[in-house]
Design a protein around this ligand. Sequence first.
Ligand code: HEC
Length: 175
Amino acid sequence: MKKFLAGVVAAWVVLVIGIYAFVSFGCLPANADSKPPIIERWMAHTSLRASIRREAPQGPVPVALTDANLEAGVKLYAANCAVCHGASDGEPSNIAQGLYQHAPQLAQDGVADDPEGVIYWKVKHGIRLTGMPAFSPTLTEEQVWQVVLFLKHMDSLPAGVEKTWKSVPSAKTAD
Ligand code: HEC
């Protein structure tokens, strides 16, 4: 038994030294201009899905579907999100293209099909291992829900709000 335990401890020591050497000799890539390997994508996506399943709110949206809330959502999006997720023309900025996980252009590749609670969780908590920031330190609960409302109804906005959305300047970076 003692020998077995000594073997287990030795295996752990070798593993820890191996991981330390792997990281400190620069074998773990630190660059953002390549495609994430399958194992990293699997870990990021699986843990994201599991966290959302456990934590995303399920109840009704606590903010009313009014023009004023949608309008506020568009403005918050223009100020906080368009730099990565683009305006209504769906043209990506240099920042969006350079992120390690490319930021989806939400006018083209939107999230209207996702439940509101899922969108809320991503905006509030951010997405680890990607450039998606958490907005819990900066936006109020009401503001997060207003952005969620806008993203959920992006394809069916009332005329006045649609006009504001179309007037958000393109995020495309000048050549
Ligand atoms: C600095 C860049 C950046 C900013 C600013 C940013 N995001 Fe993101 N966001 C990302 C990236 C990168 C992803 C992709 C993450 C991934 O691949 O899972 C993402 C993913 C998302 C998703 C999930 C998309 C999907 O297809 O499931 C939503 C929703 C989202 N962001 C909303 C927002 C909102 C709303 C804001 C502003 C309040 C915002 N983001 C600001 C970079 C950003």
